[in-house]
Design a protein around this ligand. Sequence first.
Ligand SMILES: *Cc1c(COP(=O)(O)O)cnc(C)c1O
Ligand SMILES: [Zn+2]
Length: 428
Amino acid sequence: MSFCENGITHGEKYILRCVGCGRAYSDEHYRLKCETCNSGDCDSLIRAEYTEKKFRISESRGLFKYASWLPVKEEPDTGSSPITYKSRNLARYLGLKNLYVGFSGYWPERKAETQTCTFKEYEAFPTLVRFKEAKGNTLVLASAGNTGRAFAYASDILDIPVIIVVPQSALHHMWLPQKPKGKISLICLKNADYSDAIEFADRMAKEEGLCQEGGARNVARRDGLGVVMLEGARQMKCVPDHYFQSIGSGTGALSAWEACQRLIEDGRYGQRLPVFQLSQNLPFSPMYYAWREKRRKIIPQKDMPDAKAQIEKLYAKVLSNRLPPYSIKGGIFDLLKKCGKNIFAITVDEAKEAKDIFESEEKIDIVPAAAVAVASLIKAVKFKKVSEKDRIFLNITGGGEERLKKEREIHIIKPSKYIENTEAGKIL
Ligand SMILES: *Cc1c(COP(=O)(O)O)cnc(C)c1O
Ligand SMILES: [Zn+2]
């Protein structure tokens, strides 16, 4: 290459580097993959490497105050941002001295104004901004509900069009805290699950003028979700000893892992990565089963036999990704090898009980997926996987939804198209 490696010029805010082969790229065209490592056994994530190594927040409001570690140029104004507080009541209930709650959702007393009520909002904003800056036309994505709502909201605020594919079972998640302005096309797949929606969106994105959003491969999604850990570290003054989160795809956990690596590189936030205490919801828990045998590959017949029926039984339906970035280099298997222990498998009853406990102690409602994480913390305490004084970060990935619906008017997004899943293959 002529000037620097792969045409990377000096002074760029960040470059993209392949976790597998180390090859570096400039980010000019919304790159999602390494050119050398993007198939079969060689599949690998790419990561953003920022020039700025010191953690810094800007003057911006909301999540773009972390823009020095987001792969975007602009910093749009938004109220969307996670908060972290030190728990008193739940901590006392569990006998913990240093329990921090990272909360994503609506909770006015704590100045939490994430109005679609989950951490998916932090992926949506930077993804759309990165897409626009790469001169993209229309973004296509699939969702089990929360992602779709978050992208719909960010699209509406930023005035950037999106096409969102959701299985019908997730349609009730598609609402906004404001009247949609009309840049959102919602496609409803009937008799389909989340993975069907992903496959359909993938095929659709190959059409002229459309572009795949990229899921976990998209650095804007991961670094967007990473702001939860950045805000946590800002409040805790270091990276935690333990990180608790329920996983569906695992993108959120990868984001936290990458954010911790950056914070450690900064030098002021500790030297040691947290222990990642992840959880899935039974009966659909493919990563739990694969990791239990320390296998890099998920074997569908073994780890998710009859996936559709299993997903049907889930309490936390958003934790239902059949194609998670688990085996991929830099994915969940690598994370667990480096700094994980167990994945907790949480039953529906355990999650429901955890929801009640959290809500009566902390006085805010939480979504089922967050309740799965709370249940895992309860188990970790019970089985002594954490000590009383450990600094614990509990990622409450969604909450305040029940409260928001009581206090604010919500607007249902109407599908522009319904497609029968069995027909979907014929259309695209
Ligand atoms: C998507 C989601 C999760 C799981 O996050 P992944 O990044 O898919 O693992 C957890 N909680 C809530 C509320 C979610 O919407
Ligand atoms: Zn590579």
